[in-house]
Design a protein around this ligand. Structure first.
Ligand code: AQP
Length: 340
């Protein structure tokens, strides 16, 4: 059976991008895959975190998983730092990965910014820990948003080099699963920037904790352009916009893609439905759909967060299951490497 692994950082402000790019697909995959979903707190501390807020954000991600439809009876849900194999394997992979590979990682460059000398070493080796997360379970498929494509290529390179170095056909070459019509949800304030947890403007994203009023306000104020919505000529294919509209009308592209992902209608259906209509009309429809989708999740998250004991039970049980899969793999790896 195919084994799926993925994680979400407990860094607060979980948003529509995290939901459409990742969590919604986690739910779909659990029907016919063995799935392991992780709250990656060790990744979160690659940038400064307040310990009290980190703790509550960990429970919030677990609540978002369950509220979105991940079934803890079917899928493993756990916290990364509770399974020591992640850290141990990451060290071994730090000795497999090459500096040249890490130097090419664009996410490090973006996150470290101009103050590179002051970034943590953890932020630099983040993709190595991510390779360890995946390979500690011999996961074959990893559902993620489009922004993680490069990190997954690195995980494949690490597995391949490890297998070559030790002449052992041991780690699988993992396939990225980047699916749906919103693999890169963009900011509501600027269609050229990714919707992100760390954007200073709360109006740039729909948070999974937003009320219906918050959602309405944010969609009403979302940036658009003065033209009506495009007609069918904006499509390159049934599933893709053409380059011209992506470059010149990124906000229209983003809002139509969000609608398509939320409604499970193809891009073509959505473009035809709103062809040459005014943004004001479309925004009303998008607002209704967003509230219909997100409000039940928000409500369920709130309910779950009131029962900390229940969530902790899921996470403890998940950590036991995760440990029982990762430990033998770590043991084999140590044997292959030649540890005593
Ligand atoms: N805008 C997005 N569109 C589609 N997918 C997205 N993901 C993140 N942003 C978008 C996907 O969500 C999963 C969990 O992401 P993460 O919590 O590990 O961290 P992140 O990518 O750092 O999240 P942010 O929101 O982008 O945070 P900051 O502000 O720190 O940069 C991943 O599968 C990711 O692809």
């Amino acid at each position: 059976m195919r084994r799926v692994f993925s994680g979400v950082q407990p860094t607060g402000n979980l948003h529509l991008g995290n939901y459409l790019g990742a969590i919604k697909n986690f739910v779909l995959l659990q029907n016919d895959h063995e799935c392991i979903y992780c709250v990656v707190d060790m990744h979160a501390i690659t940038v400064k975190q307040d310990p009290k807020i980190l703790k509550s954000n960990i429970l919030e991600v677990a609540a978002a998983f369950v509220a979105s439809g991940i079934n803890p009876e079917k899928s493993v849900i756990f916290v990364q730092s509770q399974v020591s194999a992640h850290a141990e394997l990451a060290w071994i992979f730090n000795c497999t990965a090459r500096l040249g590979w890490l130097n090419r990682m664009t996410q490090f460059k973006e996150k470290a910014g101009k103050n590179r000398e002051n970034a943590s070493a953890g932020l630099y080796t983040y993709p190595v820990l991510m390779a360890a997360d995946i390979l500690a379970y011999h996961a074959t498929h990893v559902p993620v948003g489009d922004d993680q494509r490069q990190h997954l290529e690195l995980a494949r390179d690490i597995a391949q080099k490890f297998n070559n170095d030790f002449k052992a056909d041991y780690f699988p070459i993992t396939e990225p699963v980047i699916m749906g019509n919103a693999t890169r949800v963009m900011s509501l304030r600027d269609g050229k920037n990714k919707m992100s947890k760390s954007d200073v403007s709360d109006y740039s994203r729909l948070n999974l904790t937003d009320s219906a009023d918050d959602i309405s306000n944010k969609i009403r104020k979302a940036k658009t352009d003065p033209l009506p919505l495009p007609n069918e000529s904006c499509l390159y294919s049934e599933k893709k916009f053409n380059e011209d509209i992506i470059a010149n009308r990124p906000e229209a592209v983003n809002l139509l893609s969000i609608y398509s992902a939320l409604s499970n209608e193809s891009l073509k259906e959505v473009v035809l439905k709103f062809s040459e209509k005014q943004f004001s009309f479309f925004k009303n429809e998008l607002n209704q759909l967003s509230v219909e989708t997100l409000s039940p999740i928000t409500k369920e998250m709130r309910k779950l967060l009131e029962d900390k004991f229940y969530l902790e039970g899921i996470l403890n049980n998940g950590a036991d299951k995760a440990n029982s899969i990762a430990e033998p793999i770590l043991k084999d790896t140590k044997e292959i490497v030649g540890f005593y």
